[in-house]
Design a protein around this ligand. Structure first.
Ligand code: NAD
Length: 733
């Protein structure tokens, strides 16, 4: 056979080995060409009497990440073209057939009459794992890197190449739904325990084990094609089924608030599919898949969470002319809450870290945090004690600034006080080499202002982490007025090395993320001041798609911090820059009641030693009479909470703080959990359409005030029908 993306050979026992090894790519990915070649392999195995069966393995370091999502994006464009030319019905027929090609191919493999076995090492996700699921036997390597899973839900899709049907026939329905909803990557032993795979063996034995199964007479009939097959949870319409489905619906609502059509489609496809024989079940799955593939949520999530995030991670904003910046030794000054986390993620990425604080004890305390984090990893079986020793060996904790000599980059995370920062900048720069870059992790102080204390402002930049540093994937890079290209390249190379996602913004109060978050929290405060019951505010936040309500969020970041920011803003920008209702509420909480947030177990919520947090009953007395809940327009609460953030994001574009919509979208989801199904704060506007968004703003402005007034860029976009992405593309051209 003449193949480009597979090697195909048959051994003396008549067992074929198809090694997937795509030409010209470092990873295997499912493309139309791969589907064609796999189809030919299936035909050859089925039709050649000398071949007993076939093992599918990978010739790369890892198996495959699944389908090429840009291919799926392309299908959408083709649909639009056909709909325009030949009408919706024709377009939909094409779309349905095209989007189920993989389903039919896998089903052909499964029913071709010869046994197929998947031999998997490394990651095997999405459409690639669906291929493995269609094989009659699955063997995994016991390697640390091996993972299987169906993560489609994370980009607003679901496993539409048989995944929902085969998983639901391999395990209890509840477990299957959970796996499909979560989209987690599953380790080998767990996968075996879940019944997803048959064997876990050393990598060296992988192919031989899979072949041995075929030679030993492995069956070419999938369990669900054996007559009288019974699904593990039995029939859908049975007493047992009724124990599963009503709660499953409730859990779906609780977890998604019905914002994710793909999650709903999983429920439907499994529920309906389990009542049908496999071929019909697959057809049902395909119908839902075609529908979801055309949903705005999938389009938005694929664009932001797959395409844009991938581009930013690969350095889309990196200055072209600057070579790679060596980053062997990184200094972290200030070993407090943030500095300790920064030291950990840096050492974890293999760099040498010099961790400086005012005293050796304070520096050691910061290093102890790294010790705690690796120890937690060891407890979870994700690291070995040798890893801990090596990581801690890379961190030098000291009070001596001279130890920073030779650092390629220094990140400061000392107190948020311009005088302290200025002093630290001078002391650090005194020992740094000429090429070293100085970065500040400040969250509120403008970078250009801090850079005034620097003797080399071209090498001065903001690298703004989010807390907790080890968990949050976003890093905001802030350009001061004089920041040079090399400093930007260094910051981007650093963020890439610690495997986080960077966005690059221009200097302004609150940068990007904190401005939008601030608007969300402010809206919660103002609703409270209006008399909206606190529980409704919190539920509105979550139902709008935010991970937590605005009051919970404020408790996490600190009610006192919010008050501090309000006061600082007022001092610098005057009375008009802060909302008096918010100031009154925060002052009463912090100064009147000593309620600082989760940190002292008293904020908008009470945090009892035992049991769950509860909204503080005293809130009502503080805020005046409550509105009758039935008189509150709940839909409008949800709109307000998203619109206020999206508006703030649009203003950052208007002001030139954000220059690339991809960064606002990715930044808003990774930085503060902006309703992911929208694709991010600007996609929220783009998908709604600027005109509709402006109209919504006008309605809210009339009822709630000038903070909902749309900025000029949105007004112009509403006039012309432009989008943020369209505008960015136009400017780039
Ligand atoms: P923190 O109080 O926990 O830590 C500050 C540390 O700096 C302390 O250990 C202190 O001893 C040390 N320090 C002070 N002066 C020093 C000096 N002259 N030399 C060496 N060390 C010195 O504060 P934090 O929450 O880690 O915040 C640090 C910085 O990070 C601030 O600029 C803050 O705005 C920013 N930040 C904080 C968060 C957050 O969520 N806490 C998020 C992003 C950014």
């Amino acid at each position: 056979m003449n193949l480009t993306h597979f090697r195909f050979e048959t051994d003396a026992d008549g067992v074929a080995l198809a090694t997937w090894d795509m030409a010209g790519r470092s990873m295997n990915v499912i493309t139309p060409e791969v589907m064609d070649e796999l189809g030919r392999i299936v035909d050859e195995v089925a039709g050649n009497p000398a071949i007993k069966g076939c093992v599918i393995a990978s010739g790369k370091e890892t198996f495959s990440g699944g389908a090429d999502l840009t291919m799926l994006q392309g299908l959408g464009a083709e649909y639009a073209r056909l709909a325009g030319e030949r009408g919706e019905e024709e377009a939909m027929r094409f779309f349905f057939e095209e989007s189920r090609r993989l389903t039919l191919l896998y089903r052909r493999l499964e029913t071709c009459g010869k046994p197929f076995a998947a031999a998997v090492h490394g990651t095997c996700l999405g459409g690639a794992f669906e291929l493995a699921l269609a094989c009659h036997h699955r063997v995994l390597s016991d390697d640390e890197k091996t993972r299987v899973g169906l993560p489609e839900i994370k980009v607003g899709l679901f496993p539409g190449a048989g995944g929902t049907q085969r998983v639901a026939r391999l395990m209890q329905t509840g477990d299957a739904l959970q796996m499909l909803f979560k989209g987690d990557q599953i380790r080998p032993l767990m996968a075996r325990n879940m019944g997803l795979v048959h064997a876990v063996v050393p990598r060296a034995d992988l192919v031989a084990t899979a072949k041995a199964w075929i030679k030993g007479g492995g069956s070419a009939v999938a369990p669900w094609d054996v007559p009288k097959f019974k699904a593990p949870s039995g029939k859908v319409y049975s007493p047992a089924g009724m124990m599963i489905w009503p709660p499953a619906n409730a859990i779906y609502r609780r977890e998604t608030h019905d914002n994710y059509p793909a999650a709903r489609a999983i429920l439907q496809a499994v529920y309906e599919g389990l009542q049908l024989p496999m071929d019909l079940a697959l057809k049902v799955e395909s119908r839902y898949f075609a529908k979801i593939l055309r949903s705005p949520q999938a389009a938005a999530m694929i664009r932001t969470l797959f395409v844009s995030m991938g581009e930013l991670n690969k350095g889309a904003r990196r200055p072209k002319g600057v070579g790679e910046v060596p980053l062997k030794r990184v200094g972290v000054v200030g070993a407090g809450f943030m500095g300790a986390g920064i030291a950990y993620v840096t050492a974890n990425a293999g760099m040498e870290v010099v961790l400086v604080d005012q005293s050796a004890e304070a520096a050691e305390k910061g290093k102890a945090y790294a010790h705690k984090l690796v120890s937690d990893q060891i407890m979870k079986g994700r690291a070995k004690s040798a890893d801990r020793d090596a990581l801690l060996g890379r961190i030098t904790a000291t009070a001596d600034y001279a130890a920073l000599a030779g650092c390629d980059l220094v990140v400061e995370a000392v107190f948020e006080d311009p005088r302290v920062k200025a002093e630290v900048i001078a002391k650090v720069e005194a020992v740094l080499g000429p090429d070293a870059v100085f970065a500040s992790n400040t969250s509120t102080l403008p970078i250009s202002g801090l850079a005034k204390a620097s003797a080399r402002p071209q090498s001065f930049i903001g690298i703004h982490f989010f807390s907790p540093v080890e968990k949050m994937m976003l890093v905001e890079i802030i350009l001061g007025r004089e920041t040079g290209e090399r400093a930007l390249a260094a910051a981007l190379d650093y963020v890439r090395a610690i495997r986080k996602t960077p966005i690059v913004v221009n200097d302004a109060r609150g940068f990007f993320a904190n401005r939008c978050v601030g608007a969300y929290i402010l809206e919660g405060h103002l609703m409270l001041a209006e008399g909206v019951p606190a529980a409704m505010i919190e539920n509105a936040g979550r139902q709008a798609g935010m991970p937590v309500g605005p009051l919970s969020l404020n408790d996490e970041v600190g009610v006192d911090l919010a008050l501090k920011i309000v006061k600082a803003t007022k001092a610098q920008l005057g009375e008009g820059a802060v909302d008096p209702h918010q100031e009154r509420l925060l002052t009463a909480l912090v100064e009147g009641e000593g309620r600082l947030g989760r940190k002292n177990r008293k904020g908008f919520y009470d945090y009892p030693e035992q049991g769950q947090k509860r909204l503080w009953p005293g809130l009502r007395d503080l805020c005046g009479p409550a509105l009758d809940p039935d008189s509150v327009n709940f839909t409008e609460l949800k709109q307000r909470l998203l619109v206020t953030q999206a508006l703030e994001a649009a203003r950052t574009v208007q002001e030139g703080v954000v220059t690339d919509p991809r960064e606002a979208d990715v930044g808003s989801i990774l930085g503060f959990g902006f309703a992911p199904f929208t694709g991010g704060a600007l996609s929220y506007i783009d998908f709604m359409g600027a005109a509709a968004f402006v109209e919504l703003c006008r309605t809210l402005e009339a009822k709630h005030g000038a903070r909902f007034a749309p900025p000029p860029n949105l007004l112009a976009m509403a006039e012309t029908g432009a989008t943020f992405y369209g505008e960015a593309a136009r400017q780039a051209a």
